[in-house]
Structure formats: C-alpha cells, structure tokens
Design a protein around this ligand. Structure first.
Ligand code: F6P
Length: 359
C-alpha cells in the first residue's frame, strides 16, 4: 500500500496532529506493508513531483507543533485546467495525475479547506483515490460541523479581545478587533461571544453603521465609555451587501483603508465622540500550537482516514457531524461554503444577552 499525503491552502493549528493521526494509524494497520510519502507544499509538490518517502520517525513529536511539516501553498482551482507553457501545454491537473501514476500511489490523503476540496474532487473525478480531512480556522467547509484549526483560532481571537477589554476600559476607548474568517463570520461570532464584545459584525448579517453608532452612544450615556467591536474581516455594510462581487471589489479598491476595521473607526469616531482604535491580530490567529480540542479532533479524523483507506472507501472527506466522525462524499463538499445561518441559535442567543449585530 502506497499512501501520499499533502496539506494545502492556508495553514492552521492541528495539521501536524492530523498527519500524525493518519501516519501512526496506517503503520499500525498495515505494518511494513505501507509506504507513506509526503508531498511538499500542497498541490505544488504533486504538480512538480516534489515528493519524499516518510518514515515513522516523521510522525513523532509533532502532535503539538503548529504549521505543517509538509509545507503548504495556495493553488487556485481556476488554474488547474489551464495549459501551462512550462509543461508544453499540459495542465496542472495532467501533471498531478502523471505524478500520482508514476509513483503508483494507491491513495492520496488531502488536508485542506474550501479551495483545496474543489481540486480534491476534481482529482477524484479523474480516478485518484482521495480521502480528505477538513482543516481551516474559518470553519466554513460544507459537510462538517467542525474543522480543526477553528477552536484554536477562537482561543487566540478571544484572548485578544480579553486583553483589549482591559486597556479599553482603562482609557474609555472604543476598540475594533478585526477577526479573520474570509467570507464567513464563524470565528468572529464565537470569539465575539466568548470575549463579551458589545457589537459583532459578520458578513452574513450586513450592518447599518448608524445602528452601530447608536449602540455605542447609548452605552456612553449609560456611563460605559468603552466598547468592544468584534468585526469579521469580511463584514459588509447593508449597501455593500447589495453589490455583486466585482462591484464590491471596485468600491473597496477606491477606498484607502487597509481593511474594514479602519473604515469603521473613521466612520464611528466623530459620531460617537470617543477615541476609537483598531486591533488586527491577523495571522496570529493561525499560528502556534493547536488547543487540546483541535489535537483531539485532528487525531480522530486522522485515524478515521486510515480506517477508510483500509476499507478502500475513497472519494470522501472525514467529517464531524453531530459529534460522530463520518465520511461525506467529496462532490457534496466541493464548491460550497458553510455560512453562519442568520437566525441560528448562536446568533439568537447573542441577541438575547444584549449583543448587537448592527443589522
Ligand atoms: O482561510 C484561512 C484564512 O486565514 C482566512 O481567514 C483569511 O482570509 C485568509 O486565510 C488569509 O490568507 P493568506 O494567509 O493567504 O493571507
């Protein structure tokens, strides 16, 4: 049995825990009858043939290690089927299939998020035996309740809000903490609630800046000069939400703000009359060791992947649904985004305890 593994897209906590889960379980199941290969830097390594044989020692001591021992890269799905001059007109897909066959792999284990799963599905449609694992701090992958990386990022973003809380209180300032999450608001929602933010702005609930101002002014009048806003990097105003993708990009390009938090600060400060500061923790949220929950989840998913390989059950992602690890067909996962349902229980609960979404 020859199994290859790769990690693709933005890194996150728990990737090494998951690789370890797959590797250790495979050696346990197949003993000397398995050879595991590591593909460097995601799909790039499969395209260019940057592939190395691994051994059991590679999977030791990495449970708590952040990042990925295999390296990663972003290879946009839209480029996969374009002819490449450097490959005499062959596509990246052609090259990946060629290398998979050249090495006579029996299976490819792919650890990735949204974009990665589109390509994973494409490879499966072309005869590659794929088993995938869901990773991303965004938790936006369709077909699983939870992705590893998410809870660790929630811990970090919440810690940032906690720290900002004390300084905001001391100075009586408004603070805008911009949280990652790409086009969805899971990370902001969870960190915002856990950190006790006063205002939470997420893409799924477009905001009205006047409503946000009113909330902050009301707090001030109640003798609470400080306020904390947890704002998703992808948050949108109600006006912006009406625009198409291209029009939105054009409108944002005309603004001179590095990101949404800075625009909001400029809009809010004169109206509320309180010094307003921005905090953007950025890639901090993806770094460092995985939290225990992510170590567990990644290990469980990794071991499940090895079981699926033993059963020759390919073309699926190991997912967590209702606290059970189950296989989900790749074609159900690929190309779909798991957004925060605007009326979900978590949003309703946040409203019940007085948090506002500015909508
Ligand atoms: O998908 C994970 C993520 O961290 C998003 O939250 C964020 O929008 C994006 O990746 C940042 O990408 P990059 O690391 O390429 O800047």
């Amino acid at each position: 049995m020859k199994v290859a593994m790769l990690t693709s897209g933005g890194d996150c906590q728990g990737l090494n825990s998951a690789l370890r889960g797959v590797g250790k379980s495979l050696y346990k199941i197949f003993g000397k009858d398995v050879d595991i290969y590591g593909i460097r830097d995601g799909y790039r390594g499969l395209i260019y043939g940057d592939i190395r044989k691994m051994d059991p020692s590679n999977f030791s001591g990495i449970l708590t290690l952040g990042g990925t021992i295999l390296g990663t890269s972003r290879q946009p799905f839209k480029t996969m089927c374009l002819p490449m001059p450097e490959f005499s007109g062959k596509t990246k897909l052609d090259m990946m299939l060629e290398n998979y066959r050249k090495y006579k792999f029996d299976c490819l284990v792919i650890l990735g998020g949204n974009g990665t799963h589109k390509t994973a599905n494409l490879l499966a449609q072309h005869g590659v035996n794929v088993v995938s694992l869901p990773k991303t701090i965004d938790n936006d992958l369709w077909g699983t309740d939870m992705t590893f990386g998410f809870q660790s990022a929630v811990d970090i973003a919440t810690h940032v809000i906690d720290c900002i809380h004390t300084t905001a209180t001391s100075h009586g300032r408004v603070f805008i903490v911009e949280v990652m999450g790409h086009k969805v608001g899971w990370l902001t929602l969870y960190a915002g609630i856990s950190g006790g933010a006063d205002v939470i702005l997420i893409p799924e609930l477009p905001y009205d800046v006047d409503k946000v101002c009113k909330v902050l002014k009301k707090r001030k009048m109640q003798g609470k000069p400080f306020s904390i806003l947890a704002v998703a990097e992808g948050a949108l105003s109600k006006e912006e939400a009406k625009l198409g993708k291209k029009a939105l990009a054009a409108a944002r390009a005309q603004e001179s703000y590095p990101s949404i938090a800075y625009r909001l600060a400029e809009e809010l400060e004169p109206y509320v009359g309180t010094e307003t500061r921005v905090c953007v923790p950025g890639h901090f949220q993806r770094g460092g060791p995985p939290c225990p929950y992510d170590r567990m989840l990644a290990t469980m998913l990794g071991a499940a992947a090895a079981r699926l390989i033993r059963e020759k059950h390919f073309g699926c992602m190991c997912a967590m649904i209702d606290n059970q690890i189950v296989p989900v067909p790749l074609e159900e996962v690929a190309g779909k985004l798991k957004k925060v349902p605007p009326n979900c229980e978590t949003v309703q609960m946040a409203r019940e305890i007085g948090m506002t979404f500015g909508d």
